[in-house]
Design a protein around this ligand. Structure first.
Ligand code: AMP
Ligand code: MG
Length: 418
């Protein structure tokens, strides 16, 4: 007897997954290894930035009051008493009519309160003249203007990108507290599967999902453990799933979650006593996507169909893994675009279409990336986004405004909105 499954909306499925994640804990990592990790501590300014008043230009540090009345007809002269290059400090304060030659990044000497840019001066023996008055603070970079000591600059849960690393370095974080990365297992199920290096044989296909998911994880900087391929055999499959669960935090399987005679994942979840969060999602491709929880572990049962597998990973596994690391922006960024092709067939389920977005004279347009059935593999090799077509009785014509979800974005967003 075929079991009846009740499809739940994608948004509900995402919510259920995110409700069942457990965080991985934290570890200290040297700054140079933190790119792509998730901050487990906030970045708080350890001191003012800049930490001293400094010159943003190459020029001369002067007292603004000494420039009063300067004009083309009344050039005011200054004598240069020394030079301050970046990394040095002046050895004395300046007095009336005096100036220091100063370089970008060098500290403003005492008494000076303006910087005259080199190109605003005319050189003369022992100094220079200028032709305009300067106001106090003009052309200066002030202590604390970028960040004030004690200020919370970046919250915990933020992805560390090159800019974050610059900030951490600024404050001397040689070691940074980041979230531990979960270990993720990948198991491809299906008696029809061949390794990548095997010759095609009748009825067989090469395992493309395993390498694809490995790369989807790699793109997130997540380590994975491959459990290879497993023929559709309940006992053997159960054994390898058990082994994988003993060694990983998350297990991603592909195939075997439908209601076919050899789809054993549902039986395996039952044997393990895992709680199935859902086994039918109102989406195409990937309506059979199943997620189960066992203790602190999550089991993603992705469809064997490549497009469905890809989409299931991006929609559910990716945010869950980011969430496990305390990441506060786990979802794909969303934009709107004009549909670049007709999709006239109505669909009772939300449809995710692999597509290419591009800015055109008509605005942002998203064009489907080719053959788009759930078993498609060619279209997942193209494109940079997923078009989201809402479920309903109507079709969609070219030019319709649609939501698109961006693939491969380094930084995600904090809310799932569809
Ligand atoms: P299943 O989810 O097991 O019902 O498989 C659905 C379809 O995906 C079938 O046509 C399978 O042959 C195919 N398939 C399953 N696993 C993989 C895989 N690892 N790589 C490529 N295609 C697969
Ligand atoms: Mg199968």
């Amino acid at each position: 007897m075929v079991e009846m499954r009740k499809p739940i909306p994608v948004t509900e499925a995402v919510r259920l997954v995110m409700e069942h994640i457990h965080t991985t804990g934290t570890e200290m990592v040297p700054l140079e290894h933190t790119y792509g990790r998730i901050l487990a501590q906030p970045i708080i300014a350890q001191h003012d930035v800049p930490s001293f008043n400094r010159s943003p230009y190459d020029g001369f540090a002067v007292r603004a009051q000494d420039t009063t009345g300067a004009s083309g007809d009344n050039r005011v002269a200054f004598s240069v008493i020394g030079e301050i290059s970046a990394g040095y400090v002046a050895n004395r304060a300046i007095g009336e009519g005096e100036a220091y030659r100063i370089m970008t990044g060098a500290p403003i000497p005492d008494n000076a309160d303006a910087v005259v840019m080199l190109e605003q001066t005319v050189e003369q023996a022992g100094g220079f003249t200028l032709r305009k008055p300067f106001s106090p603070g003009e052309n200066m970079s002030f202590k604390g203007e970028d960040a004030k000591e004690g200020e919370l600059l970046i919250e915990a849960g933020t992805l560390i990108h090159p800019g974050t690393i610059a900030l951490l370095a600024t404050f001397g974080y040689a070691n940074v507290e980041v979230a531990k990365r979960p270990t993720v297992g990948i198991l491809s199920t299906g008696t029809e599967l061949l390794r990548v290096d095997e010759q095609l044989a009748p009825g067989k296909i090469r395992n493309s999902n395993g390498p694809m998911i490995a790369a989807q994880l790699e793109r997130m900087g997540i380590r994975y453990q491959s459990y290879g391929m497993q023929a559709d055999d309940l006992d053997a499959c159960t054994a390898i799933v058990e082994q994988a669960l003993a060694e990983t935090d998350v297990l991603i399987t592909t195939g075997g979650v439908s209601v076919g005679d050899y789809d054993y994942l549902p039986a395996i979840y039952e044997r393990l006593g895992a709680k199935v969060l859902f086994n039918k999602v109102a989406m195409r491709p990937g309506s059979v996507t199943t997620v189960a929880a066992l203790g602190n572990q999550l089991l993603f049962g992705l469809s064997g169909n490549p497009s469905a597998c890809f989409t299931g990973f991006e929609l559910f596994a990716r945010p869950a893994i980011i969430g496990m690391m305390g990441g506060t922006a786990p979802y794909m960024p969303r934009m709107t675009a004009k549909l670049g092709e007709d999709f006239v067939k109505p669909n009772p389920f939300t449809r995710f279409i692999r597509a290419m977005w591009d800015m055109t004279p008509e605005g942002m347009v998203a064009v489907p990336a080719g053959f788009n059935k759930s078993n498609a593999v060619s279209s997942i090799a193209r494109g940079n986004c997923l078009i989201v077509l809402p479920s309903g009785t109507r079709g969609f014509v070219t030019g319709t405004e649609v939501d698109i979800l961006l693939l491969g974005a380094e930084q995600g967003v904090s809310e799932w909105v569809l």
